[in-house]
Design a protein around this ligand. Structure first.
Ligand code: SF4
Ligand code: SF4
Ligand code: SF4
Length: 331
């Protein structure tokens, strides 16, 4: 994955697993030791700091993310094969500029909730992207094992092996992954019968993290509303901030725990009631862990779709091979 961002970044991890500068926020400006052997990172999103970048056409975090991901989704074929039986093509390639919802070309966007605080109407701005869950149902369900949870907490879809079946979106409590049809490996197999493109979502800027750098959105935020650091420290900071300001937390227990903690001056139920959730625009309801029951089912159940697909592919290749070489004995 190419890093095309030209911002002047400060290295935030000097060496893997060693001293880390925790985020850009004044609240989180201290340096400190990562928990020994933990290696897991987390992010804090302080909604009292985010102003939605009201002075810009596109929020700085969204713009930075768009810049860094340029070229990561391959050009779709034209025409895009219409899949059977859904007959549903999802093509965002001509709407790459869309910035007010999640799309394959827009992995973060900023929601606006209109609420009342102390009798005054106020807007609360909420950057939204993948939460990087501790037990990501999106990765558990993937029949092609194309979705991985990394040691540092990042949940990343491998576009080289993703078939775009969108099961990850179905099981995600926030329906975060977005599909671009007409690209990916499915085109080389059975383009109308198996798959429908690739699924795309925030990858935590994992390539930057591996180099000891901060995600582009965090680096770009002029309000220092976003921060990243060792998980233990971020969790402690988020809880301390919520306690100090009488604020509310989201992300600590949702979906069984995540690597993203929001701290809000108003309850998340209030924010959720003001939002209009829909495709690419997730809500903020409390969420129980999805697919917890799969933990003890074993690999066989999850492997079943793969085996079925593998059998189908093997059958298809055998059929093609027979067509080339003529009918076999008994046919
Ligand atoms: S998180 Fe930062 S960059 Fe993004 S909208 Fe809020 S203030 Fe702007
Ligand atoms: S928020 Fe959704 S897409 Fe992201 S890790 Fe969690 S389940 Fe997966
Ligand atoms: S972490 Fe990276 S991929 Fe995710 S929203 Fe931020 S800039 Fe985009």
């Amino acid at each position: 994955m190419k890093n095309k961002l030209t911002l002047n970044r400060r290295r935030f991890l000097k060496t893997a697993g060693a001293t880390a500068v925790v985020g850009t926020s004044g609240l989180l400006g201290a340096t400190g030791k990562a928990n020994a052997g933990e290696g897991k990172l987390a992010t804090l999103i302080d909604l009292s700091r985010c102003n939605g970048c009201a002075d810009r056409a596109i929020p700085a975090c969204v713009s930075a993310c768009k810049t860094i991901q340029q070229g990561q989704v391959p050009e779709p074929v034209d025409p895009i094969p219409v899949p059977f039986p859904t007959r549903k093509v999802e093509d965002w390639s001509k709407k790459r500029d869309v910035a007010n919802r999640l799309t394959p070309y827009n992995r973060i966007f900023v929601q606006k909730a209109e609420v009342e605080i102390d009798g005054h109407k106020r807007n609360v701005f909420i950057p939204r992207r993948c939460m990087h869950c501790d037990n990501p149902a999106c990765a558990t369900i993937c029949p092609f094992a194309s979705n991985h949870k990394f040691e540092n907490g990042a949940v990343v879809i491998d576009h080289d092996t993703c078939f775009g079946g969108a099961k990850c979106r179905t099981v995600c409590p926030w329906e975060i992954p977005q599909r671009q049809s007409g690209v990916g490996i499915y085109l080389k197999v059975l383009p109308t019968l198996m798959g429908n493109g690739i699924m795309v979502k925030c990858d935590f800027c994992n390539d930057l993290l591996k180099k000891g750098e901060k995600p582009a959105c965090i680096e770009a935020c002029p309000q220092q509303a976003l921060a990243i650091g060792p998980r233990g420290e971020i969790f402690a900071k988020a809880e301390a901030l919520a306690a100090k300001t009488g604020g509310y937390l989201y992300g600590k227990t949702e979906n069984g725990g995540t690597s993203t903690l929001y701290v809000s001056p108003v309850p998340f139920e209030t924010l959720d009631a003001s939002l209009k959730p829909g495709p690419g625009r997730p809500g903020l309801r409390p969420v129980k862990r999805r697919m917890a029951e799969t933990d003890n089912l074993g690999k066989a159940v999850l492997a079943a779709p793969v085996l079925g697909v593998a059998a189908g592919v093997a059958g298809a290749f055998a059929f093609i091979s027979r067509r080339k070489t003529g009918p076999g004995k008994g046919e």
